[in-house]
Design a protein around this ligand. Sequence first.
Ligand code: NAD
Length: 497
Amino acid sequence: MPYQDILGVFDLQQFNKANGSLSVRTPVDGSELAKLQETPEANMAQIIAHAEQAFLAWRSIPAPRRGELVRLLGEELRAAKQELGRLVSLEAGKILSEGLGEVQEMIDICDLAVGQSRQLFGLTIASERPGHRMMETWQPLGVVGVITAFNFPVAVWAWNSALALICGNAVIWKPSEKTPLTALATHEIAKRALKRFGDAPEHLLQVVIGGASLGNALVESPKVALISATGSTRMGRAIAPKVAARFGKCLLELGGNNAMIVAPSADLDLAVRAITFSAIGTCGQRCTSLRRLIVHESIADQLLPKLLNAYKSVPIGSPLEQGTLVGPLIDQAALQAMQHALENAKAQGGTVHGGELVDGVKGGAYVKPALVEMPVQTAVVQEETFAPILYVLRYKTLDEAIALQNNVPQGLSSCIFTNDVREAETFVSVTGSDCGIANVNIGPSGAEIGGAFGGEKETGGGRESGSDAWKAYMRRQTSTVNYSRSLPLAQGVRFDI
Ligand code: NAD
C-alpha cells in the first residue's frame, strides 16, 4: 500500500505544510512523510490555561459519565484499529502485527478504565474519637502533561489518558518528535469520540507537536499537576528535578536493562521462543526488550547454538510486508549507537555474533540482531542500548545469577526460566529480582494491561495501566467528620478554654 494511502485515512495532509519545520521520516526507507508546523513555545501558556479551564468543568462530571467518553474512545479505536496500526508501522517501523497490537493495547486500557470509572474507591478508617468518622476520598488532580517516546507512539498516551480522563483530569500530550503523525491521527480518533459524547469541555484533550522544549514548558508549569513522562533515563534525569522543584507530581517510565535467567531445569524450547521474541522483536526497541541473558554454565553450550540458529532464520525487512519479524531501527543515529555499543563490547572482552547491516529496504537502518558473549558484566552491559543486542553471561549459583540480574542501574523487567519451584519462588521473593516486573517462564516484554506497569531505580519508579495505577492521577483527601456534641482531640491532648 503506498504511503500516501496510509496517511490519507486520517486526513493528515491538512497538517503537511511546505514551510513546516518538523520533517517526519519513516524508518522503513528514511523518506519524508510530512513537514509539520511545530506548536510555538509561546503558545504553551495559553494551551495550559485552556486545559485548566477544561479540567474545572470536567472534574464535576460524575466519574461513570466520564467513563462513557472513554467507552466511546474505545469504540472509535476498534473501528480504526487497522488504519492506526498500519500508521504505527509506517512511522515507528514496527511490524504490522505489533502495530495492531499497540492499538489493541489502547482498546484494552479503555475497557479497563471504563470499569474503573465506577470504582474510584476510597476507604473508611476507624477513628480513635467517639462520634467521629474518618474517610479517604480520591479527587481529580488537574492538568496532566503526557510526554511520550517514539517506540510506543500511541499506546502510552492511551494508558495515561484513559485513566486521567475517568479520574477527572484534562490532558496535554507531547508525543515524540519522531512520531507526531500517529499522535495527530489518534487525536482525530479522540475527536470522533468527543463529538459523540457531546458535552465534554473544549480543550479536554490537546496535542502539541515539537521537541523537548515543548515538553519542558509542561514540566516547568506549576499549572500542570502531573507530568507523566516516558522515555530515556537521560530525559527523566533532566525533568524530575524541575518537577520536584515546584513540588509537582511526576510519573516516570524510563529506560530498562532487562534480564532473563535460564536455570538448568528450564524448558529450553520455551526459553528460545521467549528469548527471540523479547530480544529481537520490535528490533530490540521496547523498554522491556531482553538485553541480558544469564545462563547456567551447564546448559549454555546447549542453548547458544539453538539461539544462533533462530537468529539466522529470522526474516528481516520492511515492517509493512507480511512475514517480516524484524523491522528497521528508528533512524541512523540508533544504528550508530548500536555499532558503537558492539565496538565497546568487543573492547571489553565480548565475542559478537551478528550485528551486521542488512540489505533491507534502501534508506532504512536494517541490522542483524546481535548476540554477544561476555566474560563478565562490563560497563557496556550495564547500559541500555536501544537496539537488538543480547549480552550473554554464564552463572554457577542462583544467588550469583540474581546478583548479576540486579546489579545494573535500571530496574524495569526481569524473568527466570526454571521448572524448579524453589528457584521460581526465590526469584519473585524479597531476595529475588529488584525489578518492577518479575516473571516466571515468560519473557520480560509484552505485559498485559491488568497489572501495574513500571520499574524501579533508574527506570523511574512510576506505575501505569492496571491494578491501582489510577491513583497516580488523583489527589488523596482524608476527611474526619465529627457528628458528636463534643470536641475530643486526638492522642488525648487537652486544650480546654
Ligand atoms: P527520549 O528520552 O529521547 O524522548 C522521549 C520523550 O521525551 C520525547 O517526547 C522527547 O521530546 C521528550 N524529551 C526529551 N528530553 C526532554 C526534556 N529535557 N524535557 C522535556 N521533554 C523531553 O526517548 P526515546 O528515544 O523517544 O524513547 C526510547 C527510550 O524510552 C528508551 O530509553 C526506552 O527504554 C524508554 N521507554 C520506556 C518505557 C517505560 O515504560 N519504562 C516505555 C517506552 C520507552
